[in-house]
Ligand binder design. Structure first.
Ligand SMILES: Nc1ncnc2c1ncn2[C@@H]1O[C@H](COP(=O)(O)OP(=O)(O)OP(=O)(O)O)[C@@H](O)[C@H]1O
Ligand SMILES: O=C(O)[C@@H](O)C(=O)CO
Length: 441
């Protein structure tokens, strides 16, 4: 049964990875929506969720497109059962995908489900200016360089070698892809909405939308009022809540959840090989942090690397946060992939890091930072997490959360899921200081 109107969430979101989900939930909370994040599609179809927005976190970014579509449609059906008015399909601000998927394929499936086969219209807008992701003339920039000139060209699973999003998306979708460029966006919400109508009349099904500032995202957000499906990065959260605030359906709520006080031991598990994470690992080690490097070739050779890492970490945990990392520079990653295969290398490392994370929590870690979206997905699943409450922001896109897990009933485990490219160089030390100061009684 659909929950009563007054308790219905307004916005339902489907995120294609777990760090991306907390990133979106964080931005929604900061923009005035009480937000609940679930891990996977909850089993209870009729659960009444007391929140303005729900983010369903999937791990569907790099799985086969058919599986990603099936999981996304299951999430859509569950969100529809909650009575949501609008759905956001959230992907990476660096548009992580390949011609095999999954952004275009999932977008097609969601549009088909909402509007009928081949029908409907939506946007694609990965812009997140607070994290230096901007879209101009359909081209995605990371800081001052094109996506294809950024570290993303070496991504282990989804190397991004073309910054032209119209071209990238057209290779993944059956629908025609169009563009709403900055000249239109700067003219305001009505001009943007008119351009949506014109493009749709011309047979376009998905429009890449330029955005170079939060101001653009506000204007785009207004033009998205009533659009059943929006596909975007987390930046879009800045512009959507205003539509319900304008109708009175949403009372502005102020802040993220106040999380319980931090306690327990501290650790970082990192499987991200991004430029930012490599710098963060180096910074942690150069500033005296204790660190254990996981070598994928040792895992492939049959060594019990998880047991070795835990034996190394256990006596050190009492003295401060420890770091366990597979993070490596692009050249080293390529060498490993050449030996083991891309997917196999990724899976081996993810499985090992998630066993290590579970072992660390078993050993008393209650403050855990995880770096990397795929890695976070594996870790959160290994910890049996079902829900995450969003707390204080460490850096744009990365909040602390308090997790609910039947594996740790009654325990507070604080977890921060850091997207590969997010966070300042001193993130791994700053994060714990932030949690201590923000949750102090
Ligand atoms: N040394 C390594 N060699 C090969 N693969 C590795 C190595 N270290 C990590 N990996 C794999 O690389 C992938 C990194 O993806 P992950 O999503 O965790 O990080 P990211 O892409 O930087 O983060 P995000 O998705 O948040 O941007 C994982 O599958 C991980 O297991
Ligand atoms: O949008 C981003 O950049 C992040 O939320 C993310 O999805 C990284 O995995």
């Amino acid at each position: 049964m659909t929950p009563p109107l007054s308790r219905r969430p307004l916005l339902g979101c489907i995120a294609d990875d777990f760090t991306g989900a907390t990133d979106l939930a964080n931005n929604l909370v900061r923009s005035g929506m009480r937000t609940v994040q679930t891990i996977g599609v909850p089993a209870d179809a009729d659960a009444a969720v007391d929140a303005d927005a729900i983010v369903v976190a999937l791990k569907s970014r790099t799985i086969p497109a058919d599986d990603a579509v099936a999981q996304s449609l299951a999430a859509l059906r569950w969100l529809q059962a909650q009575g949501v008015e609008q759905v956001v399909f959230k992907y990476c601000s660096t548009f992580d995908s390949t011609p095999a998927g999954n952004i275009g394929q999932v977008t097609d499936a969601l549009l088909d489900a909402l509007h009928g086969p081949g029908q409907g219209f939506t946007i694609a807008c990965p812009a997140f200016p607070d994290n230096q992701r901007t879209v101009f003339k359909g081209h995605l920039f990371v800081g001052d360089v094109l996506l294809s000139d950024s570290g993303m060209r070496h991504h282990p699973l989804t190397p991004m070698t073309d910054a032209n999003l119209v071209r990238v998306l057209q290779a993944q979708t059956q629908r025609r892809v169009g563009l709403v460029d900055q000249a239109v966006v700067s003219r305001g919400a009505e001009a943007i909405a008119q351009r949506f109508r014109d493009l749709q009349a011309d047979g376009v099904g998905v429009a890449v939308v330029d955005a170079v500032s939060n101001g653009d995202l506000f204007l785009i957000g207004r033009a998205l009022a009533g659009m059943p499906l929006v596909t975007a990065g987390s930046g879009i959260a800045i512009g959507l809540p205003q539509n319900w605030q304008a109708t009175g359906a949403l009372a502005p709520s102020s802040v993220a959840d106040r999380l319980p006080a931090a306690s327990g031991l501290r650790a970082v598990v990192s499987g991200s090989c991004s430029v930012a994470t490599n710098a963060q690992v180096l910074h942690f080690r150069q500033h005296g942090g204790e660190a254990f490097a996981v070598n994928p070739l040792d895992i492939a050779a049959g060594e019990d690397v998880a047991a070795q890492a835990l034996a190394w970490a256990t006596p050190r945990l009492a003295h401060g946060p420890v770091l366990v990392y597979a993070t490596a520079e692009a050249e080293a990653v390529r060498a490993v992939q050449a030996r083991l295969g891309v997917a196999e290398a990724g899976e081996l490392v993810e499985r090992t890091l998630s066993r290590i994370a579970a072992g660390l929590v078993q050993a008393g870690v209650r403050q855990l930072v995880v770096a990397g979206g795929e890695t976070s997905g594996a870790v959160v699943q290994a910890l049996g997490v079902t829900q995450m409450a969003i707390g204080p922001q460490i850096d744009p896109g990365v909040p602390w959360t308090a997790v609910t897990s039947p594996v740790y009933p009654g325990e507070t485990v604080h977890v921060a899921l850091k997207s590969g490219n997010f966070g300042s160089t001193d993130f791994f030390t700053k994060a714990f200081a932030r949690l201590a100061s923000e949750t102090r009684a």
